[in-house]
Design a protein around this ligand. Structure first.
Ligand SMILES: [Zn+2]
Length: 425
């Protein structure tokens, strides 16, 4: 009998998501999930050794410690593939102004919007940003997120973008959650370049991107591709420069208008295209043809009070690996809970619980190129698991607005626990 560090056992449902990733554009049966009833997982050195029925795992492995998941559900740790988690201050007044009917323009005139965050971030030190961000990471972890992508984009100068990316690197060192860094210098056109967008694009291409790459601070380059920010032609130039420099590509695409962002993501074979609320049918075809993962952000539509939602069903029908994310940011989606995202995905995107869970695990991992290590429970993968105080996985999304986590396990260690959950029966 082999000895392992930990066995998590007796789960009413062990949901591994250990399934072949779809080939580009060819999806798995999105409505079904591989479930191991009365399941267990053996863990050593922070990795999954094997999973199976509890009786089989118990017969094969002696455990130094044991976690009972009796009556509960075990899934992979959640992955959040699109956040702006490092920011200088909250913007709750803006949320209220929006709810009172003020337009984006009026809110900007009263000092809100991205530029408000930019102004404040430029005044802050890297250390201040790190200290402000750590509690949000703790909160994301407490809600089940064990890997997360974080973007820069509130600096918009070489110095302030690098400061933000260095803060993200420091967070990755200091926090157990795995962090994937993305450079989003093209989040907006900074006010000092308002009448000289070309000048800022030139700064992005000739100075910021090379410097970020030279310092090894970002794996991805992202852009806010929208008619009033960076149009298709400008986005193509910036993204091609980033790809040339060695970064992988992401896009904020077709959030407001169907200007062809999804088509461009397909053309450039970006890793992901995000938002896509207004994506056209041709855009969805282009995502499939280019092997692009769609990342949908229903919490943003919620926060903005939008009645229009991303065409998730069309994407699922096209076989796309639909991922979900919080879009955690101080302006348009102030939630660090992927559980909340799952609820909104079920109700507003008309996704099944299985599709929503896949969107927050295996498909989310794929959208940040981490599907080799996280997002599913499989031999050799990181032992990142959530034990949920729910009787079956369909309570994810259904039992909403509360934290259903019992334990979060990161690389084989319990890193968060929540005793105040009530299991619906
Ligand atoms: Zn975003």
């Amino acid at each position: 009998m082999k000895t392992v560090d930990l066995v998590v056992r007796d789960a009413a449902q062990l949901i591994t998501l250990d399934e072949p990733l779809p080939a580009e554009g060819n999806g798995v049966d999105s409505a079904s999930l591989p479930v191991v009833p009365d399941g267990a997982a053996a863990i050593s050195d922070g990795k999954i050794i094997e999973y199976g029925a509890t009786s089989d795992i118990a017969a094969k492995y002696k455990a130094r410690s044991v976690i009972s998941a009796a009556g509960m559900v075990v899934t992979p740790g959640l992955v959040d593939p699109h956040t702006h988690l490092v920011f200088p201050a909250t913007r709750e007044d803006e949320f209220e102004m929006r709810n009172m009917g003020l337009s984006y323009k009026e809110i900007t005139l009263r000092g809100g919007g991205i530029h408000a965050s930019v102004r404040k971030l430029r005044e802050m030190s890297k250390e201040e940003l790190v200290e402000k961000s750590l509690p949000y990471l703790n909160s994301a972890l407490a809600h089940g997120t064990t890997a997360i992508e974080i973007k820069s984009g509130y600096g918009l100068t070489t110095k302030d973008e690098i400061k933000t990316l260095e803060a993200i690197a420091e967070l990755n060192k200091r926090h157990v959650v795995d962090i994937v860094p993305t450079f989003l210098g093209a989040h907006e056109v900074p006010v000092e370049f308002r009448d000289n967008k070309e000048g800022y694009i030139s700064l992005l291409i000739n100075e910021m991107i090379p410097e970020v790459v030279r310092r090894g601070l970002a794996e991805f380059c992202d852009i806010f591709c929208e008619a009033h920010v960076y149009n298709i032609e400008e986005s193509r130039r910036i993204l091609l420069a980033a790809r040339e420099a060695g970064m992988k590509l992401k896009m904020h695409a077709d959030e407001i208008e169907p200007i062809g962002g999804a088509e461009l993501a397909g053309e450039l074979r970006a890793v992901s295209a995000d938002h896509l609320v207004a994506a056209s049918d041709a855009g969805i075809e282009a995502l499939a043809a280019g092997g692009v993962a769609p990342v949908l952000l229903p919490a943003t539509s919620f926060s903005l009070g939008l009645q229009k939602h991303a065409p998730a069903r069309k994407m699922l029908d096209a076989g796309l690996p639909v991922a979900l994310s919080t879009d955690f940011n101080p302006g348009t989606s102030f939630t660090e809970s992927q559980q909340f995202t799952m609820s909104l995905a079920c109700v507003n995107l008309k996704m099944s619980a299985a599709e929503a869970l896949r969107g927050c695990t295996v498909n989310a991992a794929r959208a940040i190129c981490r599907d080799g290590t996280v997002g599913s429970i499989a031999p050799g993968k990181q032992a990142d698991l959530v034990v949920w105080n729910i009787p079956n996985y369909k309570h994810l999304g259904y039992h909403s607005g509360v934290n259903l986590v019992r334990f979060v396990i990161k690389k084989g260690n319990i890193v968060a626990r929540n005793v105040n959950t009530v299991k619906g029966t």
